[in-house]
Design a binder for this molecule. Structure first.
Ligand code: FA5
Length: 350
């Protein structure tokens, strides 16, 4: 009996030694431990063994059974480990310390001019305000002396939400909130209101080289006693000379906006064509950049400020057009194009 057991052990070891893949182990398990396997076959011999030997025979076969299943499990673990190592070794090698060939990110040209303008106005005591892109009809029009059905609304069709709110067509939509936010310190502490509020604007209009349906403006207001057009012109000139860092030709002409009186259009000599006329300036040589004017008494009153005591100016700078002029971008649509080849060349630290 012992020789049979030793023989089976030797046979098992030889078979385990010869296999290369875990999948082949199942055949060995069936051959030794299956219903018709050789170890199971030994147990079937119990009937032929004398009563004295039965006990020790049974014990010997059971320990062979345990031995075989432990050896098969150990071989399975060994083969699985080898297979995993083979798989890992066949993978491409990554050097995690190797510098990636990634291009550095860059600021969008509009962000660059916006920051430049913010710094200029901050240095002159203006606060920089943030305002929602979704506003009410009151904020965008009625508080600005543009009642319902006023023809000035035709110039600024925008996108309306089902609840009656709208995507703001002009940063002027924040004016009323700014007056209300600062009027107490103006009236009680004598602190002039000086604020700029850059933001994205939306208009439902067709696009061309100098018009987009989504663009940026930067509104600015100053309110105090005795503010005049001279103050307005000073701030506009300072802002433009700081942003362009060179002399540029501007012209001021009358312009109508219901929320200013008098109102002006401040145009800049087109820097793309030098004033000869091109698609970027609609072939006029000039580009409308920054309408402005003295805040209408109705608008001040609506903001809780007495127009008999205080006056102020407001302007609405076309930030997107400013970026076009500053960086010589011929078509405004490039700025919304997400074309990194085009947009990343304006990074200041390049
Ligand atoms: C306004 O939006 C007034 N809220 C500006 C204002 C503020 C006037 C305060 C007086 C006092 P206007 O519609 O002209 O005005 O737009 C102002 C500037 O935004 C334009 O000069 C232009 O530079 C820019 N702009 C207007 N529409 C577009 C457009 N579709 N695409 C790109 N820029 C635009």
């Amino acid at each position: 009996m012992n020789s049979q057991i030793d023989e089976l052990k030797k046979n098992l070891e030889e078979q385990l030694e010869s296999i290369k893949a875990a999948a082949e182990l199942e055949d060995i398990r069936v051959a030794f431990l299956g219903k018709n396997g050789s170890i199971t076959g030994l147990l079937k011999q119990m009937g032929k063994i004398s009563a004295d030997e039965k006990k020790s025979f049974g014990q010997a076969v059971n320990s062979l059974k345990s031995y075989a299943s432990e050896r098969i499990s150990a071989k399975l673990a060994e083969l699985q480990q080898l297979e995993m190592e083979r798989e890992i070794n066949s993978m491409p090698v990554f050097d995690v310390d190797m510098p990636a060939h990634l291009r550095r990110g860059s600021y969008h040209p509009i962000t660059l001019v916006q920051r430049k303008c913010e710094n200029v106005f901050r240095s002159m005591g203006f606060t920089v305000e943030d305002y929602s892109e979704i506003v009410t009809d009151y904020e965008c029009f009625e508080s600005l002396n543009i009642p319902k059905f006023h023809p000035a609304r035709d110039m600024q069709d925008t996108y309306y939400l089902e609840n009656g709110q709208l995507l703001k067509s002009q940063t002027s939509a924040a004016q009323n909130a700014i007056y209300r936010k600062y009027r107490d310190s103006l009236i009680n502490e004598g602190k002039p209101i000086r604020a700029i509020f850059p933001g994205r604007c939306f208009r439902n209009e067709s696009t061309d080289a100098c018009h987009e349906n989504t663009f940026f403006q930067m509104e600015g207001v100053m309110v105090d006693k005795n503010i005049s057009i001279s103050n307005l012109i000073f701030f506009m000139k300072t802002m433009l000379s700081e942003v362009f860092e060179r002399d540029i030709k501007v012209r001021l002409r009358p312009g109508f906006f219901p929320f200013v009186e008098p109102g002006f259009e401040l145009d800049i000599n087109c820097l793309i064509c030098g004033g000869d006329g091109c698609p970027s300036c609609k072939h006029s040589g000039w580009l409308e950049l920054c309408p402005c004017g003295m805040i209408h008494p109705n608008v001040l009153r609506e903001g809780g400020i007495d127009p008999d005591e205080y006056t102020g100016f407001a302007f609405g700078l076309g930030l997107t057009r400013l970026a076009m002029m500053k960086y010589g971008i011929k078509d405004i649509r490039d700025l919304n194009s997400a074309d990194l080849e085009c947009l990343s060349q304006f990074t200041e630290d390049k």
